[in-house]
Write a protein that binds this ligand. Structure first.
Ligand SMILES: [Zn+2]
Length: 443
């Protein structure tokens, strides 16, 4: 039987605020001088310690939501998610349950739209390291990461292929980097991917019915591994369904060396966490004026920006992408294309030169200086036929063996002669003119 993939993603990404989410400790777990240096009673989970929410983290979460076309709750709150694990000494994580900051957004990919259900803000946990000390197996706990602000972006189950999952996740990483609110480095664990994967039968699809189970694959640390995990689950689940089996609601890990998923535990329900509002943290009220002020600070929408450049300046999207990574870069490029157009310079060709390293540049450079350098690099000197013939003769005299080989039929040497002539000239020549005169000499 054939099945249809039904997949949703949960992406966690750390914010690079100066301080942690609910205390004043430094938020820099990757550059800390030693484990457990950036800690205090709040992020160590001491009884009675009082958390205070980080305003910068809230602003950044809302801006990310706005960039991803979300709606914003005027009143949001923090809730306690109760569970016991050694990386969480309070025995609860401060997260958001029914009133996250952002909801109802979307990301467009080349494989179709992916709706975003919600974006909420929570705190990261401490980091556990399993190792051996004095020939004993031990687990070390580092609280430098405890209470680092962590954003979670949850999609609807709209993803229908591993390629779409990758395209969506890359766009989330791009959005975080465009806003410059996090580094979203998957290798370091600053961004972590989880995929909820199930399969739909033809009749379920026709009836618009979702499968009655989902398998969650957690802690995936690369876009390619995520695609492999989805591929593997499609095969595994198809085989089980073909045998008439029911698939268990469960959590699985991904083994990147074998490209397979493996069972970790059967899934707990949301009710098991016994969420309730954190009594130590007030409701966060955001009025329209505040939300609109933040919206006005957003960088331009990348897709819209690329489309505008294509229409206005004829720049192909494959070149445009390079100049849309950060708001400051796209603003600089806006000036550059305008300056180039004012001087009848082909913007697409200029973009090609910059992207492919044919013209070195820095984003701090005056746009006009770049246009001038480009004009110089591409200028075609007008040279008389006589001057050119003299040059050609000089090159042919210097390479008698090549001339003989060419005349014997090695036509590939045409390119060699062209290169030598251009180099000897020390400037760009009209290639058509050179070819024609060269051919007349080599006849
Ligand atoms: Zn602290």
């Amino acid at each position: 039987m054939s099945y249809h993939l039904v997949c949703g993603l949960e992406i966690h990404t750390e914010l690079k605020t100066k301080s942690k989410m609910f205390c004043g400790c430094k938020n820099d777990p990757f550059n800390a001088p030693a484990p457990n240096t950036y800690t205090c009673p709040v992020c160590l989970g001491m009884p009675g310690a009082l958390p205070v929410a980080n305003a910068q983290a809230i602003e950044w979460t809302v801006k990310l939501g706005l960039l991803l076309h979300c709606r914003i709750h005027h009143d949001s709150k923090f809730d306690r998610k109760n569970y016991f694990y050694p990386d969480l000494p309070k025995a609860y994580q401060i997260s958001q349950y029914d009133l996250p900051f952002c909801y109802d957004g979307y990301v467009d990919t080349e494989f179709g739209r992916v709706r975003i259900n919600r974006i909420h803000l929570e705190e990261d946990t401490a980091k556990l390291t399993h190792t051996t000390l004095n020939s004993k197996k031990v687990t070390l706990i580092d609280f430098n990461r405890s209470s680092v602000p962590l954003v979670e972006i949850v999609t609807e189950p709209d993803i229908t292929s591993p390629e779409q999952a990758k395209a969506y996740a890359k766009k989330i990483q791009e959005a975080v980097r465009t806003l410059d609110i996090g580094d979203a480095d998957l290798q370091k664990g600053q961004m972590r991917l989880e995929a909820n994967i199930s399969l739909q039968t033809d009749s379920q699809k026709a009836a618009g019915q979702l499968p009655d189970y989902k398998v969650e694959v957690k802690n995936i640390n690369s876009f390619n591994f995520m695609a492999q995990a989805i591929d593997y689950e499609v095969k595994r689940q198809s085989a089980l369904l073909d045998q008439g089996q029911t698939i268990a609601q469960e959590t699985r890990g991904f083994d990147s060396t074998k490209s397979i998923t493996f069972l970790q535990r059967t899934k707990e329900n949301a009710a098991d966490y016994r969420y309730f509002p954190d009594p130590d943290l007030p409701v966060i009220h955001l009025d329209d004026a505040q939300i609109e002020a933040w919206r006005a600070q957003l960088p331009a929408d990348r897709d819209a920006h690329a489309a505008a450049w294509q229409t206005q300046y004829g720049i192909e999207p494959k070149y445009a992408a390079t100049f849309l990574t950060r708001a400051s870069t796209s603003a600089w490029a806006d000036q550059l294309w305008a300056a180039a157009t004012a001087q009848q310079v082909d913007c697409n060709k200029l973009a090609n030169y910059l992207v492919n390293g044919k013209l070195a540049y820095q984003e701090t450079a005056e746009p006009q200086a770049i246009v001038t350098a480009f004009q110089k690099a591409t200028a075609t000197a007008s040279t008389s036929d006589d001057e050119l013939l003299a040059l050609i003769d000089q090159v042919l005299t210097a390479h008698p063996a090549e001339v003989e080989r060419f005349k014997a039929g090695d036509k590939k040497l045409q390119g060699f002669f062209m290169g030598q002539i251009m180099r000897t000239a020390g400037q760009k020549l009209d290639a058509g003119q050179v070819n024609q005169l060269l051919a007349s000499r080599l006849r």
